[in-house]
Design a binder for this molecule. Structure first.
Ligand SMILES: Cc1cc2nc3c(=O)[nH]c(=O)nc-3n(C[C@H](O)[C@H](O)[C@H](O)COP(=O)(O)O)c2cc1C
Length: 176
C-alpha cells in the first residue's frame, strides 16, 4: 500500500545554509535556506529559491548580490533563529551573536562563524510559485583552511524543514 504525502516530505533531511544579503555598511540580513544547490560548473552558478515575501528577497532583488555561508552542526540553533525570524523585525546578527565580517567583493557581510563562503552576483531571477529562484554567479569561494581539500571533515548543519514554516513563526519551540 502507498499513502499520499506532502510532495516534498521525502526530500528531507536537507542541508542548511545561511545566506547573507544587503550591505555591511548599511542594512544587512541573514536567511536560513535549504533550497540551494550548484547548477553549473562552468560558469560557476548556484540556484537558491527564496520566498518572495521575505526581507532577504527584497534585499537581494535590490543589490543583485548574495553570499552563501556554510554553517556547521553546532550553529543549528542559530540557523533556526534565522529561519523563524524576519530581518524586518529583528537584527539577526545582534540576536544570534553571529559575526558580520566584510566579504571580498560583495557588499553583504560573510558570517565569521561559518566555515565556507560563496559570494555571488545575481545573473537571473525566475519566478517559481511563491519563491524567486535566484541564479548567482560565484565570483569568490573560500573556506577555513582546515576544511580545505578534506583535511578535516565538515559536520554539516542539516535537518527537517518543519511543515508549518510558511504559516507560522515559532519563536520558543525551536530556539533556545
Ligand atoms: C532550516 C530552514 C530552512 C529554510 N529554507 C528556506 C528556503 O530554502 N527558502 C526560503 O525562502 N525560506 C527558507 N526558510 C525560511 C526562511 O528562513 C524564513 O522565512 C525567514 O524568516 C526569512 O527571513 P527574512 O524575512 O529576514 O528574509 C527556511 C527556514 C529554516 C528554519
Amino acid at each position: 500500500m502507498k499513502a499520499d504525502v506532502e510532495y516534498f516530505e521525502f526530500m528531507w533531511p536537507m542541508k542548511h545554509f545561511l545566506i547573507t544579503c544587503g550591505d555591511i555598511k548599511a542594512k544587512s540580513n541573514i536567511i536560513a535556506v535549504s533550497f540551494c544547490m550548484p547548477v553549473s560548473k562552468e560558469p560557476p552558478l548556484i540556484a537558491c529559491a527564496i520566498g518572495r515575501k521575505t526581507y532577504s528577497c527584497e534585499l537581494i532583488e535590490s543589490t543583485k548580490e548574495l553570499i552563501v555561508n556554510v554553517p556547521t552542526a553546532e550553529l543549528k540553533q542559530k540557523v533556526y533563529y534565522c529561519g523563524y525570524h524576519s530581518g524586518r523585525e529583528v537584527d539577526k546578527f545582534k540576536e544570534t551573536g553571529l559575526t558580520p565580517q566584510p566579504g571580498r567583493k560583495v557588499k553583504a557581510p560573510i558570517i565569521g562563524e561559518c566555515i565556507a563562503h560563496m559570494e555571488c552576483k545575481i545573473e537571473d531571477i525566475f519566478k517559481t510559485g511563491d519563491k524567486n529562484l535566484f541564479i548567482g554567479k560565484v565570483i569568490e569561494a573560500y573556506a577555513d583552511e582546515e576544511f580545505v581539500k578534506g583535511k578535516k571533515k565538515v559536520d554539516y548543519s542539516s535537518g527537517d524543514f518543519p511543515r508549518k514554516i510558511y504559516g507560522t513563526r515559532y519563536s520558543k519551540k525551536f530556539i533556545q
